[in-house]
Design a protein around this ligand. Structure first.
Ligand code: SF4
Length: 183
């Protein structure tokens, strides 16, 4: 079964790596996609799954405040973080994570390799190594990643996760290459 041309290797990426239009006002670094990350993944023959954008789905494209783009990024990110922690957002995050978990379990059950997940550092939602909290960039995970990691752990699944920043392309390439070569 599934012994056709597919690589059976999967990488999950944060939504805005493929679609910068989803990102909060004032923080897009590319017109469309992060092409260097996309190229690297395409060349390594992995299937690419675009994660949902949790902020867009919980708070809308303007993140619930049309003036958000006027604030300092970490200040606005802290406001967004608080909004993601309310009950309504939590419910949405759990619904999103359930769908991701289902896909991961299906691939694992059928002998595929989940090579890893590429998130976005400093994001209050998708940060892996760093996130925004208390108006600063701090070590730790975004709220969405936290929920996802907890659900994965509850189901005995561990996935390699790396965080990147659009304006640090060399570091991003090295982190993703390490992830690709580890599995
Ligand atoms: S980092 Fe996450 S929440 Fe922010 S735009 Fe990208 S996918 Fe959406």
């Amino acid at each position: 079964m599934f012994s056709d041309q597919r690589s059976k290797r999967i990488v999950f990426v944060s939504h805005c790596i493929l679609n910068q239009n989803s990102i909060s006002d004032g923080t897009a670094d590319y017109p469309g996609t992060n092409a260097s990350v996309l190229k690297l993944l395409m060349e390594s023959n992995v299937g690419i799954i675009q994660l949902p954008c949790p902020e867009l789905l919980c708070l809308g494209l303007d993140r619930g405040d049309i003036c958000g783009g006027e604030r300092d990024v970490v200040v606005e990110n802290t406001r967004i973080r608080h909004q993601l922690e309310n009950e309504r957002s939590r419910e949405t995050l759990h619904r999103l994570v359930d769908q991701i978990l289902f896909q991961i379990q299906e691939y694992i059950k059928n002998g595929f390799t989940i090579v890893g997940l590429v998130g976005i550092n400093r994001s209050p939602s998708c940060g892996i190594e760093t996130t925004s909290k208390n108006d600063q960039e701090v070590c730790g995970e975004g709220v969405f990643i936290e929920v996802l990691k907890n659900e994965l752990a509850r189901n005995g699944i561990q996935i390699d996760m790396v965080g990147i920043k659009a304006l640090e392309p060399n570091e991003a390439t090295l982190s993703i290459q390490r992830m690709l070569h580890q599995s």
